[in-house]
Design a binder for this molecule. Structure first.
Ligand SMILES: *[C@@H]1O[C@H](CO)[C@@H](O)[C@H](O)[C@H]1NC(C)=O
Ligand SMILES: *[C@@H]1O[C@H](CO)[C@@H](O)[C@H](O)[C@H]1NC(C)=O
Ligand SMILES: *[C@@H]1O[C@H](CO)[C@@H](O)[C@H](O)[C@H]1NC(C)=O
Ligand SMILES: *[C@@H]1O[C@H](CO)[C@@H](O)[C@H](O)[C@H]1NC(C)=O
Ligand SMILES: *[C@@H]1O[C@H](CO)[C@@H](O)[C@H](O)[C@H]1NC(C)=O
Length: 342
């Protein structure tokens, strides 16, 4: 009996030791609660403004696939890293508000490398495009096609963030007005997209085609509207029409497709073949054709005044002052951003 009791005690001892051992292993192996939460917390949620990334960092993040829908990357472009003072301030308004977004300012050299390495088929056309605005216009469609995200001209100011409107959207464009008979009513100065959307390929194809067919005079000489025609809003408009007509199997105009345009208000959001159009007051409150606010809203006028302009045109999410910093396709055109340093 005594031996038996001793045996039981030993068994109990061994069981307790194994129990303690397992408990210790469990405590050691168990991830800390902190570690768990960290793992599932989006690191961008602690950013207090957008994060400026190099192309290498952008590519690493983009290739990791840790994004969905419209990737949270803002693209802007300028000839080099030195923005004019006013551009810097406007650009910063996006960065201040789009806190969990990445940001990259593309320079001319980077654009050249990007097109040469990622779009070799477009590069021969790209190299010939002149003046510089034609390249700056074209490369933005390539950002949209390759990375997607948000492209914004440097004379846009953010009033309040709009990215809640991006959920479940494929391509978002922004109207100046509802006169779709004008090929300039959908500007290419503010655009958002998922990567690899076919719309952009239609536009690139049009640029290649029109450029290849242009005469030397049309290619080399300055003429008014050259940029708008070859690479600007008119290329976007034609691309849109190709895309919408083929997707909806229709030959109707945008006016017909959207119904009576009197019914749309300045802050309507329209949808057609999964392309979203923001009404004028949402992003482009100032229409340089209709004259309203022109004296104070045009960054090309000496009477330019942002605060008075905002009171007149009442922008909701953003506004552009149409500074035409590339000089309407004519690099020698004078404009205020060159003369005013503030
Ligand atoms: C950018 O270009 C401007 C003139 O066009 C020049 O003044 C400036 O120094 C350049 N900045 C850099 C970083 O090269
Ligand atoms: C986005 O789409 C998903 C899936 O169809 C849906 O559950 C969700 O409500 C949509 N979100 C918005 C804001 O429309
Ligand atoms: C709408 O805006 C475009 C681009 O500014 C312009 O060409 C067109 O004339 C405008 N339409 C009206 C009715 O003002
Ligand atoms: C536009 O408004 C009129 C009058 O309110 C209405 O009869 C018509 O159906 C509307 N058209 C569209 C396309 O919504
Ligand atoms: C729009 O998107 C929906 C949902 O993804 C899809 O079913 C539909 O075919 C798309 N329409 C067009 C015209 O691309």
């Amino acid at each position: 009996m005594v031996d038996n009791r001793g045996y039981k005690n030993n068994l109990l001892f061994v069981a307790v030791v194994i129990g303690i051992f397992i408990t210790i292993i469990y405590i050691i192996k168990r991830p800390l609660p902190n570690e768990n939460t960290l793992k599932f917390t989006d690191p961008t949620s602690s950013w207090t403004e957008c994060r400026h990334v190099t192309i290498k960092e952008l590519d690493e993040w983009f290739d990791s696939g840790e994004w969905n829908g419209i990737p949270k990357i803002i693209h802007q472009t300028w000839k080099n890293e030195t923005l004019r003072e006013r551009q810097k301030q406007w650009s910063q308004t996006w960065c201040n508000q789009y806190t969990n977004w990445r940001y990259h300012l593309w320079t001319d050299d980077e654009n050249d490398l990007f097109v040469r390495t990622k779009f070799l088929w477009f590069y021969p056309t790209f190299q010939q495009l002149s003046p510089a605005i034609l390249k700056a216009d074209s490369v933005r469609y390539l950002y949209m096609f390759y990375y997607g995200g948000l492209y914004i001209d440097l004379d846009y100011k953010s009033i309040r963030r709009a990215d809640h409107l991006f959920t479940n959207k494929s391509v978002i464009l922004s109207l100046i007005n509802y006169s779709f008979n004008s090929m300039n009513s959908v500007p290419n100065s503010w655009m958002a997209s998922k990567p690899h959307h076919p719309l952009w390929t239609y536009i690139l194809y049009r640029i290649m085609l029109l450029w290849s067919r242009a005469t030397d005079q049309e290619r080399n000489e300055f003429w008014n509207g050259k940029a708008e025609f070859f690479t600007g809003p008119q290329s976007l408009f034609d691309g849109l029409m190709f895309y919408i007509h083929s997707n909806l199997q229709t030959d109707q105009s945008l006016d017909q497709l959207f119904g009576n345009n009197q019914n749309q208000t300045s802050d309507s959001i329209l949808e057609l073949a999964n392309i979203t159009f923001l009404g004028p007051r949402l992003m482009n409150a100032y229409d340089w054709m209709n004259g309203i606010g022109g004296d104070v809203c045009s960054a090309e006028r000496p009477t330019f005044n942002e605060n008075i302009c905002k009171e007149i045109v009442k922008p909701i999410y953003g506004i552009t002052y149409w500074s035409h910093s590339y000089g309407h396709g004519h690099e020698n055109d004078a404009n205020y951003l060159r003369s005013i340093q503030t």
